[in-house]
Design a protein around this ligand. Sequence first.
Ligand code: HEC
Length: 140
Amino acid sequence: MKKWMMTVAVAALALTGWQVAAQVSKGKTRPLETKTWMKTINGPHCSAAAKMLKGAPADDKEWADLVVHGQMLSEAGHVLMADGRCPDKAWADASKQLQDGGTALASAAAAKNVDEAKAALNNSVLASCKGCHSLHKMKK
Ligand code: HEC
């Protein structure tokens, strides 16, 4: 095989490899499936925060719980970017929105500011779920 043909073959392989590596439903090297994370972290922490913010957290314990939900959702935005899981810019943008929205939710909850907490949940956290799911949830 001529040298240039080798180069083309290697480049083609690398390209295919990259597509396989951008997993969406699972990371590249670690066993965590995306749906496992969604089921145990994104779903429960988001629902719990949304339920609390239908009205307002009732007492100090609930505000403290809301801080936890914000922290976990923020961290989820980082996990979704880890281990070669991110396939494209839409995924990266939604993950960044989740990082920032979770951070804003945690700060608002720490300050016991219900309006800011609602804004962080509705405008950033929920927008990030929707942004990513609309493009990637059905793709395997
Ligand atoms: C960056 C992309 C991304 C973001 C952001 C994201 N998700 Fe997901 N989510 C997925 C993908 C991909 C699946 C499908 C996983 C699969 O079935 O392989 C999924 C599936 C789910 C599921 C179904 C899990 C199951 O039992 O099969 C739930 C619930 C869920 N997401 C909740 C959320 C919530 C709530 C948020 C926002 C706080 C969120 N997700 C944000 C990508 C994302």
